[in-house]
Write a protein that binds this ligand. Structure first.
Ligand code: GLA
Length: 751
């Protein structure tokens, strides 16, 4: 039979009408989001300047409501001019320099924010909905509200602009205003688009006993990532900080454009530098997304840590000074205070001491004019005594076999001698050889069925668990109760995480790394409420937790377990590019150095240690009388100028990476006083022994009396005389540093 085409068509249409609605209904059922909002009115461009005294970040909400970064640099009088700027650099996808790029829309680069929604889709497009500005003292805060037009995700970009310091801190608050949970796949703190012809990235890497090594590379197209996935001890590989020099091949101290940045987070972090096809660079800094997809419940907000940055037109020197000034006022706990000089027991006694050993060390410390004694590892645990690093962590009771009179006896003795007293703890860790490991195996970081790898014979406690947070707080609290005379705690953390996992988090293992770090911060907040005046040092096998997140709670860092003065030249130089000298604990130790075997003169060791927070870490009984007299002299002179080290402005006069000398100076804010440190780190041609250092940082119009410290007779012809500031700045200062490890320290006073 011949088919009737009309009947066939009617039949097909009927089938279509019957089938399609049900398919559509099914689809709608699965769909979690509708394309609803268009409450965001398109319109004029809105220019949002985030300003400090000398710098300006200009964000512009374009007519299509996309927020872009159009300027970060020197401040201009009328930032509205950027409202009409047309940028000719555009990535092929046409997304432009977004202020907070998201995975979605036309943006195809590395996103600051990548969200996966419950319906399985990955697109987020944020549009500007408004902003507020408010001022509190020296800080102007700009809060910019952005919203995704489908999923109701709301993002607030918060910029704190520190006026005098020229520093901007930015963080992001992500609110899930929808009805369903969402998964934050990537959630950086901030993004910074920069335009230049050439980008030189300087960043810091290292490991145990060689922290803060320095790499400077010209960025090529693609993405350079600096990351740590270590969970704990995160900065024993990379540091969450950088210097970005624009349009130059060299890191310059006094010239050129430099952006310095850091992330205030003590856990896994990620910084990426993506140079795109339009030669524009996007800098992202935030928590590492590694194994950390974060589920945000309906109504919940996630607040990222701060990304901190500053802009300098006067090289790395000004960038450091900006960061340091900010750190001293806002970024470091107790910043601005002068922390005491000290003798630490570790390298002088290790685990082998009695009460008598400690009392004699206290006598010697007092005799040399030091101000505190710190009892390091080895004082605790009874059933599994801490006489080596293979037992005892977790059992924080005094080992009365070793110290029968207890801690209070030693601490009170120190106080009687006029010294303060400090003590070491490592509360996040446990040795398998301990009662704690036996009583609370569920508190140990582990993954079911997998090897529990030991490192330094220890495991990590699971700080994502609030019960463990209580325990760790208790370790600090109980230690403080051992004596009313404890002034200082050295908080250590000696290993990284392996086979991460938390019994407490159960199916939510993705939260482990973030909640571990938040767990430490919870504990530190409680500690600071109860013990606001206790000085707390952040140690992690040396500089394993050096970041501005930790420094909100800690007064200082143990810069490195490497106490060799030559190694310290490089470690301290780089640390001080980002972190102020007031946090850099720096100790004079014995020779041959226990880490490197190097032998350096005692004077050189002191002159290096005195450029940070001075301490000693050796057995004073092993010093000769002459050495003790030199120690005494260096400690006395340090007290005369250390306010400059702690609170002055740093000027680096010679980089150890550039030649055979290292030199730096700290200057008072009024430029009336200064201390200058000069070192020879490698023998060179005798004919250039009198090396010229330009004393940048002085007032050229002032007259300064220059006196070399810690010597009977200066080898510099100009010591003890008055010189014009401009003479010292322009070539008149040429101390004689002939041999390797010659060093000279000068004190300057305006007349
Ligand atoms: C770590 C620290 C050292 C010292 C030892 C004690 O290595 O960095 O300073 O405290 O632990 O075990």
């Amino acid at each position: 039979m011949k088919k009737n085409p009309i009947v066939g068509a009617i039949f097909l249409m009927a089938a279509f009408l019957l089938l399609v609605p049900s398919a559509q209904a099914q689809k709608t059922k699965k769909k979690a989001y509708e394309h609803t909002v268009v409450e965001i009115p398109a319109g004029q461009r809105t220019v949002i300047p985030v300003e400090t005294e000398h710098t300006q970040l200009v964000l512009v909400a374009q007519a299509n409501r996309v927020l872009q970064t159009l300027h970060y640099g020197n401040r201009i009088a009328d930032p509205q001019a950027f409202g009409s700027l047309r940028t000719f650099r555009d990535s092929g996808n046409g997304s432009g320099p977004m202020a907070f790029p998201t995975a979605g829309g036309k943006y195809l680069g590395e996103p600051a924010l990548h969200v996966k929604y419950t319906d399985g889709y990955h697109n987020t497009e944020l549009y500007y909905t408004g902003h507020d500005v408010h001022r509190s003292g020296d800080v102007v805060t700009t809060e910019i509200r952005l919203k995704d037009y489908v999923t109701q995700l709301e993002v607030k970009l918060v910029y704190d602009a520190y006026q005098k310091e020229d520093v901007i801190c930015t963080h992001t608050e992500i609110l899930n205003a929808g009805n369903l949970p969402v998964e934050l796949v990537q959630y950086a703190s901030g993004s910074l688009y920069v335009e230049a012809d050439r980008y030189l990235l300087t960043h810091f890497h290292g490991g145990w006993a060689f922290e803060m090594g320095m790499d400077s590379d010209i960025l090529t197209h693609g993405t350079k990532v600096i990351e740590s996935r270590r969970g704990t001890q995160v900065t024993q590989c990379n540091n969450p900080s950088f210097l970005l020099s624009l349009n130059t091949d060299r890191l310059q101290e006094n010239e050129g454009e430099v952006i310095a940045g850091a992330l205030a987070w003590s856990g896994n972090f990620r910084m990426s530098f993506e140079l795109d096809e339009s030669d524009r660079l996007n800098v992202l800094a935030g928590i590492s997304p590694h194994a950390s997809a974060y589920t945000l419940a309906s109504g919940a907000t996630f607040v990222t840590p701060d990304m901190i940055y500053t802009y300098s037109r006067r090289g790395a020197g000004q960038a450091s000074r900006n960061l340091h000034a900010w750190a001293r006022h806002y970024g470091v706990y107790g910043g601005g205070n002068i922390n005491p000089t000290l003798l630490n027991s570790w390298e002088g006694a290790y685990f082998n001491f009695t009460t008598e050993t400690l009392l004699r060390m206290i006598d010697d410390a007092a005799g040399m004019g030091l101000e505190m004694f710190v009892l390091d590892d080895g004082w605790f645990a009874k059933d599994f005594p801490r006489n080596s690093d293979n037992a005892g962590l977790g059992d924080w009771e005094v080992n009365t076999d070793k110290l029968p009179e207890g801690i209070d006896y030693v601490a009170s003795y120190a106080h009687e001698k006029g010294l303060r007293f400090g003590i070491w703890i490592e509360p996040e860790m446990v040795n398998p050889q301990s009662n704690l490991a036996r009583n609370h195996p569920e508190w140990v970081v582990q993954s079911p069925g997998r090897e529990m790898y030991q490192s330094r014979n220890q495991w990590v406690l699971d700080l994502s668990n609030p019960a463990v947070q209580d325990f760790v707080f208790g370790v600090f609290d109980n230690t403080m109760q051992l004596s009313g005379n404890i002034d200082y705690i050295k908080w250590d953390c000696n290993r990284t995480v392996a086979n991460f996992g938390s019994e407490y988090l159960d199916a939510d293992q993705d939260r482990f790394y973030v909640e571990y770090t938040q767990g430490i911060y919870n504990v530190m907040r409680r500690i600071r409420e109860k013990y606001p005046d206790t000085i707390v040092q952040c140690c992690s096998s040396g500089g394993g937790r050096v970041d501005y997140g930790a420094l909100k709670y800690f007064n200082e860092i143990w810069t490195s377990d490497n106490t060799d003065a030559l190694s310290r030249v490089y470690i301290q130089y780089a640390t001080n590019l980002i972190y102020p000298a007031c946090v850099m604990a720096s100790h004079v130790s014995a020779v041959p150095n226990h880490q490197t075997g190097n032998v350096t003169p005692l004077k050189f060791r002191f002159d290096i240690a005195c450029s940070g927070r001075l301490g000693m870490e050796l057995q004073p009984r092993n010093l000769t009388d002459r050495e003790k007299a030199l120690a005494d002299r260096c400690i006395q002179s340090y007290k005369q100028y250390r306010d400059l080290v702690f609170n002055g402005d740093v000027y680096r006069l010679a980089s150890p990476y550039d030649g055979d000398f290292y030199a730096l100076m700290y200057v008072s804010q009024d430029r009336k006083r200064a201390v200058v440190f000069t070192y020879c780190i490698k023998y060179q041609n005798r004919a250039v022994g009198g090396h010229v250092f330009r004393m940048d940082g002085l007032d050229p119009g002032k007259q300064y009396k220059v006196t070399e410290l810690n010597v009977d007779r200066s080898r510099w012809w100009g010591s003890g005389k008055v010189h014009a500031g401009d003479f010292l700045m322009e070539g008149g200062f040429n101390p004689l540093l002939l041999q390797t490890f010659d060093s000279a320290v000068f004190y300057l006073e305006a007349q």
